[in-house]
Design a protein around this ligand. Sequence first.
Ligand code: GAL
Length: 324
Amino acid sequence: MDRHWLVNDRLAVEVRTLGAAVNRVVARTTAGEVDLLLGHALDSDRSASTYYLGALVGPVANRISGGRFTLDGQEHQLVVNDRGNTLHGGPDGFSTKPWEIDQADSNAITLGLVWSDPSGGHPGKLRAIVEYHLTGGELSHTIKVTTDRPTLASPCLHPYFNLAGSGTIKDHVLTVRASRVLFTDETGIPVGPPVDVAGTPFDLRQAARLASVLDADHPQIQAVDGLDHAFILDPGEGPCAVLEDPSCGRRLEVWTDQPSLQVFTGAGLAGDVNGLHGRPYPDRGGVALEAQGYPNAANRSDFPAVRIDQDHPFSSTTRWRIVA
Ligand code: GAL
């Protein structure tokens, strides 16, 4: 089986075994069925895409500088796949593999993957498990990774939302509970310590229309044609991020135990392969909200560690609450 649907009276969610991807989230609205997530009609397009639409990326999400890291005094070299860095697990990462369905019904599915790096660069034999649960308007996912030796693991899900079901996300409004953000070099690697967002276009603590952020006169925004930055989540009650489309009133809340949220506003999507509806999405056709560890944590002792071992597996839960 290459796919499975979770279904209730509010949402239908298609999970693909390739990449354990959440390929569709369809809301049953008064205006009919609306796709809230970007995905692919064909697995061959998923394999050819470089955008990881809805995929579970790992073992380490985001970038590892130069694909190099030192673990317990030993140096490791990964295969690089993005401007000299290893991005989202590299060319043989979790998202490129068919996962096994361990258990499935209409409310929940568990998929598993046994993974080791064919290049030998990433230590260990890893076992990853993801559980998706649909309850009312809430879709949660719990990702767990165990290993047979010390290694790095910090996977995440890579969903792009568009609550309007088509067009761009420019008129969406985004709130992120983050008083600090990581600025990056020209290859997407964080430089320096987290920066205070106060007085910058990165201050999303009050809801901001994405168009005004994307058009802001700020070198970090111009360099990547929008947002492609890790927001360092502040502790606190409630969702870490809220996305709304004022024109249709739909709303998404993101709740997570992860320390940062990468916000990527979909620059370059138009150049990608076909999406769900047989053609590529437009630039800014979706906004990726990725709850994950800090980028390049493998090489930054000042960032929360992403090391796991036999006694300290990875486990993390993120929930999306959808009002459609
Ligand atoms: C994001 C990453 C972007 C881009 C995108 C799609 O997570 O931050 O730079 O690579 O994935 O590939």
